[in-house]
Each structure stands twice: as structure tokens, then as C-alpha cells.
Design a protein around this ligand. Sequence first.
Ligand SMILES: Cc1cc2nc3c(=O)[nH]c(=O)nc-3n(C[C@H](O)[C@H](O)[C@H](O)COP(=O)(O)OP(=O)(O)OC[C@H]3O[C@@H](n4cnc5c(N)ncnc54)[C@H](O)[C@@H]3O)c2cc1C
Length: 403
Amino acid sequence: MSTAFDTAFDTVIVGGGNAGVSLAARLRRDGLEGIALIDPSPVHRYRPMLNYAAAGAARMGRYERSMHSVVPDGVEYLPYAATAVDPGARTVTIDPRGTGGPGGSDTVGYRSLVLCPGLVPRWDAIPGLDEAYRDGWAVSAHVPEYAGRACAALVREREGTVVFSIPPEPASCGGTVLKAAFLACDSWRRAGVLDRIDVHLVTPFRGLLGLEPADSRLRPFVDEYGITVHERSRVSAVDHRARTVRLDGPGTAAIAHVDLAYVPPPSRAPRFVAESGLSDGGHAGLVGVDPGTLRHTRADSVWGLGDAATVGTRPSGGALRAQVGVVADDLRAGGASAPYDGYTVIPIAVSRDRLMLAEHDRDGLPAPTVRGLDLTVPRRATYAFDRYVLPVVYFRRLLRGRV
Ligand SMILES: Cc1cc2nc3c(=O)[nH]c(=O)nc-3n(C[C@H](O)[C@H](O)[C@H](O)COP(=O)(O)OP(=O)(O)OC[C@H]3O[C@@H](n4cnc5c(N)ncnc54)[C@H](O)[C@@H]3O)c2cc1C
């Protein structure tokens, strides 16, 4: 099929999120040319702000940019969805007319392909959840379109039962649901209504995040806010008419009379990854890469990073700095200087002015980045850094390939 984009690039990046834009910028700084970035979304979001926005502690609009404005100079921006990859022919199929059907596609050739299309909701994994979202009874920051509604719902809550649920992996920094939960609890406490709200936390992990020493630091706040924890459990179904959240786990089978369910849907990589034979074969259809080199295990000219790839650790934006470096080195020099070690981080605000960092490696062991200062201790300075400094670093440095 011949088209305007029936053309080849040296490097094609699919996904203009945190990973794709940072990598494109880094490659440009390294002097690489012939780069194309494919993403259908007109908006680029600083996602870590979504939980603050959901809890009424930030205005999301301030942390959104047009995709066009964040694509680095010298990078060809193709504002379309990738619908297929042919690793043999080294082409990506895109859908410029947005038809999704046959006859509406063009192809883009590449020498090297980087897949970082993030995660998408797996609505069918929790029967009733989609309906509950549309009804306004279920919300979360993990579905950005609903972050505003989550804020209104959490702020409005004055009594009743609220369920927060940490999504099972793979999830985009899923542990940050605790951030929204603690921020909301602190607001309810300040408003004098916390003792009228029965707060539940459902977590797939042992304890809270299944991470020590982070869990020990967080536990006192769980107790202080009076949160009932359902560990090693996940939401299996919701009934928004009966207002019931069903759980799959060793304890409680259902939470009844729920007023608000803050339940992110489980997630998976976009389907084109598996349909192109590039997934690891798991239920989430992630891009099957070697977690150290981030190169595809079967397709030599394909790399994967970010939330959508089998990087072997809990996905986060903080994990991307190292991942971007590994892929950029490999693309530039044909060999990364050091493998990705699985570093990742979950920032958790324990109140509206204190925050701690759960930095860990792929085995869940602490991986502190700062010496002599225990960042698992909740501090005002760490909150200020996460809430006010990091967004500036993100837009001014990270997305420009300077970190
Ligand atoms: C609510 C929330 C809170 C978070 N909080 C934190 C935090 O506090 N700290 C932290 O470090 N991390 C946090 N994260 C995680 C962090 O935002 C992600 O790890 C990071 O954005 C992942 O980057 P990515 O580029 O892999 O995916 P994304 O940023 O999700 O970008 C994926 C891009 O791919 C595009 N795409 C999708 N399908 C296609 C397709 N078919 N073709 C082309 N493009 C496509 C999408 O439009 C999107 O622009 C949070 C995430 C969420 C959702």
C-alpha cells in the first residue's frame, strides 16, 4: 500500500510517553538522526501528578502539554496509532485515518524499532468495573480521563465506605494508589469527617506493598487513618447496583455498601504487540525483552522499555532514567555500557505535606539513591520535591534528554 508515510527511518519509536519522548530526546542529544516517533494521543501528561489531582492536591491541566510541543526538534512526529509490526520486513503499520480497518493503513520502515506504548486497561478482568466507572461509582487516577471525577468524588465524600485497591502487576506505579488514599484520608481528617468514613485498602501484596522497610514506615499511617487492609487480595468483580466489591484472597470475600470504589483496572500492553508476535506470551502481552539489555528476546532489531516491556521490575517513571540510558547506548554504540539493574521507585505521600520513597530493585530489596539520608522516612522536603520540583525537572530536563 503506497502512502505519504511509505518511508523508512533509522529509528522508530512507538509511544510518546515518558519513555518514548525521553529516549527520542536522548538520541538527538547523542547526535542520532532519522528518528520517528509514533503516538496517536494529542496530549502528553506528567502522570505522577494524576494521584495528586485525583485527591484534589493539584490541577492536572498544568501538567499536560500538547504532544506536538514535547516531541524533540529533529524527530519526525507521526500522530497515529501503530497497529502492527512486521519484524521480518522491519515495518510498522500505522492507521493515519483512524479507521482501524483494512485499507486505512500505511507502513513505516525502520532499522531499529523501540516499543514503549505503555499499558492499557483490561476492563474485562473485573466484571462490572467498566459500568461502575461510567456510572461514577468507581474511579481512579490510573484511568486519566477519570482523574477529575475521582477528585470530585473523593472531595465530596463525607461518610460511608470507600475502597482503595492497588492493582496487580503489571501496573503503572500501582503502589501510588496509596498516595491517593493517604492524601484523601488526610483531607477527611482535616475536615473532621474521617471517623465517619470506613476506609478499606485491597492489596495483592503481603503487608502493604510487599516491600520492607517501606511497609514498616507506612504501617503507622494505615493505623492512624484507621484503614482496614485486605492483603494478598485483589478485586475480582464489582456490582455497582448492589454497591458490592468482591475480593479474591485469603480473607474477606466481599465489601458491601460501598459508596466509592477507587479501583484501577488491571492492565496489559496494547494488543498489537502480541498480535505482531512480539509479546512474552504472558496474560498482559508485554513486549518480551531481556530485562538487562532491554533488547527483544527474538527480534534483534527491536527494543522495549517502560511500562509495556518485561523489564522485570515494578514499572515507574523513576525506573526509566536508567532504562533510557541502556537503550540509547545500545542504539548509538551497538552495546549498552551496563545492563539495567531493575531500579524502580514508588513515591507515597502519607499526608498532604509528607512523602516517602520506596526505592527498590527487581528483587524488592532496598535500592537507595541518596547516601546518608533515609528516603523511606516521610519528610516535608521529599513531598515538596515530588510535588513541585520533579514536574519541572520532568518537562525541562527529562523530556529533553538531559537526565
Ligand atoms: C496514576 C499514575 C501515577 C503514577 N505515579 C508515579 C509516580 O509518582 N512516580 C513515578 O516514578 N511513576 C509514576 N507513575 C508511572 C509513570 O507515569 C509511568 O511508569 C511512565 O509514564 C511510563 O512511561 P511509558 O512511556 O512506558 O508509558 P506512558 O507514559 O503510558 O506512555 C505510553 C504512550 O504510548 C502511546 N501509545 C499507546 N498505544 C499506542 C499505539 N498503538 N501506537 C503508538 N503509541 C501508542 C500512548 O498514547 C502514550 O502516549 C504513575 C502512573 C500513573 C498512571
